[in-house]
Design a protein around this ligand. Sequence first.
Ligand SMILES: *Cc1c(COP(=O)(O)O)cnc(C)c1O
Length: 384
Amino acid sequence: MKTATPPNIQMVDLKSQYQRLKTDIDREVMEVLESTAYINGPKVRQFQADLEKYLDARHVIPCANGTDALQIALMALGLQPGDEVIVPAFTYVATAEVIALLQLKPVMVDVEPGTFNVTAEIIEQAITPRTKAVVPVHLFGQSCDMEPIMAVARKHGIYVVEDNAQAIGADYTFADGHQQKTGTIGDIGCTSFYPSKNLGAYGDGGAICTNDDELATICRSVANHGQASRRYYHDLVGVNSRLDAMQAAVLGVKLKHLDEFAQARQDAAAHYDRVFADIAELQTPVRQSNSTHVFHQYTLVVKNGQRDALQAHLQEQQVPNMIYYPVPLYEQEAYKNAGMNGKDSLPVTESLCESVISLPMHTELDIPTLDYICDAVRSFFEER
Ligand SMILES: *Cc1c(COP(=O)(O)O)cnc(C)c1O
């Protein structure tokens, strides 16, 4: 086993990335400071236009964070208290939180064990006459299988709000061969620019994205106190949710590197895959053939109840790691029994919460660091 002093490994290395982009980022941020256009203004408009172009989306509405993006999207759909919204139980809490906050009913469903994503079949089984929307989450950086999901949603007349917080930049390929970016396929897509996300700001940020002109107008209004086109005239009860110019300046620089960031993550993932391929107790990330994977997380499934022991071993070896996610949403104190439709457990979600572990994943992983992490994982299985 390796005895060398471990490198200072980070789960997410924002510092080295900043140092690489420092000249451009410092210049852009200084321009904002000098301009005093701290809210809205040219940097926010430019980033919005750049992101519309990158995503090939008609409308991007920047906002304060990813959770706000989801809330604004759901507010724009005009849902009524008690309306049901289908959401995976294996996701970050924000997805269900906004549903509950708006007094809608989160109906939690299971995910597919390979990709960790919801499928059209799972969604269709949960649809009732009260269902108004579904929020598919492109978990860990890979698209849900959106074409059948859109078909089921259209068949039942429900809205699709994509939670694209972890997958910005991923491409989904339709049966006819055409591709679309995740977040631009459903009625509305929502993303987060939280610093550790694939396109991360240096603070909070988020965006809503839609190809529907009418929904775009409503989202823009909801995000701006429900103000319509005339200043100080308010048609809706809205919220105050803005992307500040400093964050837009940082994001504008980073957007130009987003595809190269994805490539670096994919290279690191391929390295992990190669080393772990012959470890029978590990399930490496399953790639869906019709989606690219932008690896927000590199998440292993550890078989035979060994996850916690592997985690302890990695801790000892000073290899950072995280459990995304340790608890099914419906077992969280705040969401106990929330809309489980009579079922009291979802088997895939339960099993994933007990068996997943995520390894360091970011844009600055070099070969010695990857080798150190891989050796640490391998030594656990070799010692038994
Ligand atoms: C990060 C994240 C959010 C929330 O984004 P914030 O910007 O932190 O509010 C929502 N959903 C998922 C799946 C996320 O990973």
